[in-house]
Write a protein that binds this ligand. Structure first.
Ligand code: SER
Length: 320
């Protein structure tokens, strides 16, 4: 891994993965790419930055060739809630974009392609309590179908075409640098902004909606550690469950209130997001990732809440 391209570099995960990769591999060796979202100063000026539309094969392929890329972290994606109303663009990005990256990976004999699946790859028929790595999937969202496609196509390119494609099923990711808004799990980020700014939050999911979640530093380690794992230890490719914590809006609100005693929460359920959340598991069994490449998360709910309040209060200039 000497020359890395990150697609979707301006998004929630890309904005934090790119600086970590630049620290590890040298800033000049990590090319950040985005399309519609404006890059932060850090992403744009901390190393090479290019505009790439992943839905255009020539653009992605030329970028890989021109920058002599050997590894791609493919993060560009339209998240679950937005994809339901923007099906055509979601299809182009989530299906065609992925296929373009993998085909270009074969054409350019890339060493590795990292892809991202999600808890969205599961559906209402999936056992939700401690979802096994291998189980019924059958998602009922456009986004979830694209994530099953990501896993199956990633596995196909690995096994049939010899391209080393690896990926994890990420849960809801919580972070303070870039605020995500297009997903179903994003309430768990927004709640911190509103708690610090207004002491009050109206939650679009019901109080007892339990979902798997992860703090950003663990998501970055999951991707970078899987990328570094010894290939001969891996029996799976693009479909590893990774788990860190699970909580409900009510439990998260209580954890915030124990640090910010004036915080209040009310619920105004958004049927779209609630329907999506109800079709997803509560918690994933990640034994396969632990056994094959040593996955282990560091952050639980208390560590996450402390760190979010500390960093976000500085970012928002709020005294706590
Ligand atoms: N966080 C994502 C979403 O809610 C799940 O992969 O869309």
């Amino acid at each position: 891994m000497n020359r890395i391209l990150v697609t979707g570099a301006c998004g929630q995960i890309g904005s934090e993965l790119v600086p970590e990769l630049r620290n590890k591999y040298g800033a000049e060796n990590v090319v950040a790419s985005g399309h519609i979202t404006t890059p932060s100063e850090d992403i744009k000026n901390g190393g090479p930055y290019i505009e790439v539309d992943v839905t255009n094969y020539e653009e992605i392929n030329e970028s890989i060739k021109h920058h002599k890329i050997d590894t791609v972290y493919h993060l560009a994606s339209i998240l679950s809630a937005l994809a339901e109303s923007k099906r055509r663009i979601a299809y182009e990005v989530n299906f065609t974009g992925l296929n373009n990256v993998l085909e270009s990976g074969v054409e350019n004999k890339l060493e590795r392609v990292m892809v991202v699946s999600s808890i969205g790859a599961f559906g209402p028929e999936t056992p939700g309590a401690n979802t096994p790595n291998e189980t019924i999937q059958k998602p009922t969202t456009h986004y979830g179908i694209s994530k099953v496609f990501t896993e199956l196509l990633g596995n196909y390119f690995s096994v049939k075409l010899g391209l080393d494609v690896r990926g994890v099923r990420l849960p809801g990711i919580i972070s303070w640098k870039v605020e995500p808004t297009a997903g179903t799990t994003d309430y768990a980020v927004e709640i911190f902004y509103k708690a610090l700014q207004n002491n009050y939050y109206v939650c679009p999911l019901g109080p007892d909606t339990r979902l798997p979640m992860m703090y950003m530093p663990d998501a970055i380690s999951a991707l970078m550690n899987l990328a570094d794992a010894e290939g001969t230890n891996l029996k799976h490719h693009a479909d590893f469950n990774v788990n860190a914590m699970s909580f409900t809006p009510k439990e998260l609100a209580e954890a915030i209130r124990s640090r910010l005693p004036d915080f209040r929460i009310e619920y105004d359920i958004d049927p779209l997001r609630q329907g999506i959340a109800d079709s997803w598991p509560d918690k994933l069994d990640d034994t396969v990732a632990r056994d094959e490449w040593g996955w282990s998360p560091k952050f639980g709910l208390d560590e996450l809440v402390d760190d979010m309040i500390k960093n976000l209060s500085i970012k928002l200039n709020q005294k706590v």
